[in-house]
Design a protein around this ligand. Structure first.
Ligand SMILES: [Zn+2]
Length: 256
């Protein structure tokens, strides 16, 4: 009888470990708005690496199943096409940009979503949410920019380039992201004060600042942002270090 229970205990122990192993989510910042997300499926968002002074990797180093691009500006579209080609990765982006890129690259597998639309790529749900900004591709209209919510049980909101939008309240209420990635560089997007205000609408457990200090025009202090959010008590700020993976379990708890 005891032996039987020991066996059950052993099986349960290994199953739990396996579950924990499978559910670990990794997030790595590569400077600017570029993040790698490892949810079992490997995703890279806004892969601006060539020309990004803080990039810790080259486009040829990237291993990705999915490439997500929030809008067509070169500091977001970046090296997306090269990475898709080298990895046979699928692209997720705004309809007009997806079409323009597919026309130039007939091999490209692009998921063309629009605001409040979702697609499932390699088991991961990716939804487009509003961003208040602009977008153009080679001088031509490239559809509106978007933010994205990525993940099934554990969801990461990458806001793209945006000003404060009241719609962020809907993102928080409806998609309930555990982690938000918000631009804080100012000039083209929200600055630290605006982004701190935005955390009060989104109310995700963790917020990571991005899109700052890459160029002189978008100099901002992440510690000021961190302090302002702390004063509001609206989220916990993690100031990501380039190239250092941050890990979470699927319930939203930070592991390291
Ligand atoms: Zn930008």
């Amino acid at each position: 009888m005891n032996h039987y229970f020991n066996q059950i205990e052993t099986i349960t122990f290994y199953s739990l470990n396996l579950l924990q192993f499978m559910a670990k989510i990794g997030l790595t910042w590569h400077g600017h708005a570029c993040f790698s997300i490892d949810m079992g499926t490997k995703i890279i968002v806004d892969p601006f690496l060539n020309g990004n002074p803080f990039a810790d990797i080259k486009p040829s180093d990237v291993k990705a199943d999915v490439v997500v691009v929030t809008h067509a500006h070169s500091d977001h579209l970046g090296d997306a096409i090269e990475i898709c080609k080298a990895n046979s990765a699928e692209l997720v982006t705004m309809v007009e940009l997806a079409w323009a890129l597919s026309e130039k690259n007939d091999w490209l597998k692009a998921h063309d979503i629009n605001i409040s639309g979702s697609t499932k790529v390699k088991g991961i749900k990716i939804s487009a949410v509003p961003a208040y900004h602009s977008s153009s591709y080679n001088g031509a209209y490239a559809g509106p920019p978007m933010g994205v919510v990525i993940g099934n049980n554990f969801r990461i909101y990458h806001a793209g380039d945006t000003g404060i939008v009241k719609d962020m309240e809907v993102v928080g209420d409806f998609y309930k992201p555990q982690v938000s990635l918000l631009p804080i560089g100012g000039h083209y997007t929200m600055g630290p004060e605006e982004a701190a205000y935005a955390t009060g609408m989104i109310r995700s457990k963790y917020t990571i600042p991005m899109h700052y200090n890459t160029f002189d025009l978008i100099k901002a202090d992440p510690m000021l942002f961190s302090r302002l959010v702390k004063e509001r008590g609206s989220s916990e700020v993690i100031v990501a270090q380039v190239g250092k993976e941050i890990t979470f379990d699927e319930s939203g708890k930070r592991l390291e």
